[in-house]
Write a protein of this length. Structure first.
Length: 409
């Protein structure tokens, strides 16, 4: 590769920052597909048009941007957060659409790890389109390219992780005091964090397709685990609720069994058990992935969260820290096998926000000593969900079926 082939202009870096913002707009609606943003630039670096992938089965980001540009796409540069697809799903290949529209240059932040859709860059290059793979630019030591690739990977972390690992991305969420307590010694835990933080949790729930708790939380708190609006009414598509309950202790009156959403109460008999007889968590995630589920919000409690960390199955931590201390009570994690500091679970701070009186911290959980290396993508199960998924064991409608064919942009 010649260095000049990897050079990226200021306008293209700015367009990529914008494309990442656009991609994120699809986060609540696009699962099980990736989020993707695209900005078209004229030869002089002016923004011609924008697009993002809004919902599975809908037009891809590149197609949206090309449609908005019309004739002005001729000779343009397309800046995209993810490699344009090269497969015919419910929409045609984006690589072909870019070639047909006369786009001359394409800047790609992240290559598509899904074998069925990859190959867009090669196809574009074969047609004479100049493609800059930003990973190449980053490897040349360009700090802006490193940051741009990182941002594009981060915005698409759910889909990239699920595709590479063959299981849903797992976000652990907890509300705690400054001293890391999630419940007082008498078991009370409502409400450690503020109303504003609890409203933010509903926004988090709206971005996932699965919410999970252990039976301990169901018995202690009796949560409904639905996405609710400001008036407390369930709103929008509801994620599947999953209760990890080895021995069927979920009370039949539990709110999580109401008809606000579907619920799967998983017993050890459903998916298998670990050596201690408790539910095999990796098997649960595998089953959910087969159902087409890509993002689990793990909402507690300390025992289940510790078991997830212990198994290397947590990808992200979102922690709400309230301005309070307890000095005793349940810690955020209860259990796990970290005997010495050198083996601690490590995390990268990605985002800090003040929410009312609380602070919200988002971490990428990395390099856990328990984490297994990723298998090669070609050894991954096909992301197309198998049908049918596990039937819910409890009252409530059948789990909403995933798209018959994930349609990555
Ligand atoms: N502040 C917060 O953010 C927050 C969030 C959630 C909960 N909480 C608090 O946490 C407390 C409940 O804690 P908890 O630890 O009992 O709740 P939990 O972690 O939700 O549930 C633990 C239970 O899950 C079951 N389980 C099944 N398979 C498991 C596995 N592989 N690994 C671990 N557990 C498995 C076990 O019961 P079986 O053996 O019967 O299956 C276990 O006792 C409550 O006081 C609640 O208020 C606080």
């Amino acid at each position: 590769m010649r260095v000049s082939d990897a050079l990226v202009t200021d306008a293209e870096f700015a367009a990529l920052r914008r494309a990442v913002e656009l991609a994120d707009r699809g986060a609540s609606t696009v699962l099980p597909n990736p989020v993707v943003g695209c900005v078209l630039l004229s030869g002089s670096g002016e923004v011609v048009s924008e697009g993002f992938h809004e919902r599975a089965g809908g037009p891809h980001a590149e197609v949206m941007a090309l449609a908005a540009a019309g004739e002005r796409a001729q000779g343009a540069t397309a800046v995209v957060t993810l490699e344009p697809c090269n497969h015919i799903g419910r929409t045609g290949p984006c690589a072909k659409a870019l070639i047909s529209a006369g786009v001359r240059r394409v800047v790609v932040a992240v290559r598509d790890p899904w074998p069925a859709a990859a190959g867009g860059v090669d196809r574009l290059r074969s047609a004479g389109v100049h493609v800059v793979d930003l990973v190449d630019t980053a490897e040349l030591g360009d700090a802006r390219a490193v940051a741009a690739v990182d941002a594009a990977e981060d915005v698409n972390r759910v889909w990239l992780t699920a595709t590479l690992r063959g299981r849903p991305f797992v976000t652990w969420k907890a509300g705690m005091t400054i001293d890391g307590r999630v419940a007082a010694p008498d078991g009370t835990s409502r409400w450690i964090t503020s109303q504003a933080s609890r409203a933010d949790v509903h926004l988090l729930r709206a971005r996932v397709d699965t919410i999970m708790v252990g039976v301990g939380t169901v018995i202690a708190d009796n949560p409904q685990l639905a996405v609710r609006d400001g008036d407390g009414n369930p709103t929008g598509p509801q994620p599947l609720r999953v209760v990890i309950d080895s021995h069927g202790r979920t009370p039949s009156s539990a709110r999580v069994l109401d008809d606000a959403a579907s619920t799967w109460v998983v017993s050890a008999g459903d998916v298998g058990a670990g050596a201690d007889g408790s539910v095999d968590l990796a098997a649960v995630l595998h089953r959910l992935y087969q159902q087409g589920r890509r993002h689990v919000l793990l909402e507690g409690g300390p025992r289940l969260a510790a078991a997830f960390f212990d198994a290397g199955l947590v990808d992200e931590a979102i922690v709400y820290v309230a301005p309070a201390l307890l000095g005793a009570g349940r810690s955020a994690l209860d259990g796990g096998a970290v005997p010495t500091l050198a083996e601690r679970h490590r995390a990268d701070l990605r985002d800090v926000r003040r929410i009312g009186p609380d602070v919200r911290l988002r971490y990428a959980v990395r390099a856990s000593v328990f984490e297994q290396p990723d298998p090669a993508p070609e050894q991954q199960p096909d992301p197309a969900p198998e049908q049918p998924g596990p039937a819910p064991e409890q009252p409530g409608p059948a789990p909403e079926q995933p798209d018959p064919e994930p349609d990555p942009a």
